[in-house]
Design a binder for this molecule. Structure first.
Ligand code: C5J
Length: 221
């Protein structure tokens, strides 16, 4: 065990049971000219975390530890997209509609791909998820169990939506969850701050938070 001086108290990292989960670093959310920006969002906070997230991924890979990626996307026939989800948001830009980088949030379209800077290596697990959380209608829990993981380090976007939802799902399933605060972002910086405060409040009610450098140091130890 290696101690990380995390928020709200120390996190005991167990290199034998830890994995990194990188949430939805997809072109449509992160890149200028994508779906996220076309909705009027400022993508620069998401762009800023790309180098830190890359260093976290590199650290896990260097130690031979699992890196798992998620993508929020749907089948081309939208059979896995509940109308309640499709009908939210801007009526002019719905899931499945033609967007700036192909059909919006459809598996296989350019916008649904993970940005090239953080592309999964062959053999790394990529979970395509129809929900905000990675456990909803995927085999994620079984995959984590098969890998022997009990601790999850989280990175990705957006902090208060897919990252927070997945952390809560994981926490309810008994995983110890730690969020890399400089490797996660929101279009709304105040929502990022609030989400981190909510999750670490009440004695880490959902999980812990720490800087990428602290996590990398603990891995090196
Ligand atoms: C959103 C996500 N924000 N990956 N997706 O719709 O957080």
């Amino acid at each position: 065990m290696t101690r990380i001086d995390a928020r709200p108290f120390a996190f005991e990292l167990d290199a034998g049971s830890v994995g990194l989960v990188v949430i939805d670093m997809q072109r449509d959310f992160v890149e200028p000219g994508g779906f996220g920006e076309s909705l009027g969002n400022d993508v620069s906070p998401l762009q800023q975390i790309v180098p830190t997230t890359a260093s976290l991924i590199a650290g896990f890979r260097a130690h031979g530890l699992p890196v798992l990626h998620t993508r929020e996307c749907h089948a081309a026939d939208l059979s896995d997209c509940p109308p309640a989800k499709r009908l939210r948001g801007d009526p002019a830009l719905r899931i499945g509609d033609p967007g700036p980088m192909g059909r919006i949030l459809i598996a296989g379209e350019p916008g649904a791909e993970i940005i090239p800077e953080l592309a999964p290596l062959p053999g790394e697990i990529v979970i395509d998820k129809p929900g905000k959380g990675a456990f909803c209608r995927t085999g994620f829990e079984t995959i984590l169990g098969d890998l022997g993981l009990r601790q999850l380090i989280f990175a990705g976007v957006t902090t208060e939506v897919c990252v927070q939802t997945t952390m809560r799902e994981a926490n309810d399933r008994g995983f110890d969850c730690l969020l890399a605060v400089d490797a996660t972002a929101s279009y709304f910086p105040e929502f990022k701050r609030a989400a981190i405060e909510m999750m670490t409040a009440q004695g880490a009610i959902v999980g812990w938070a720490a800087e990428t450098a602290q996590i990398l140091e603990a891995l090196d130890d």
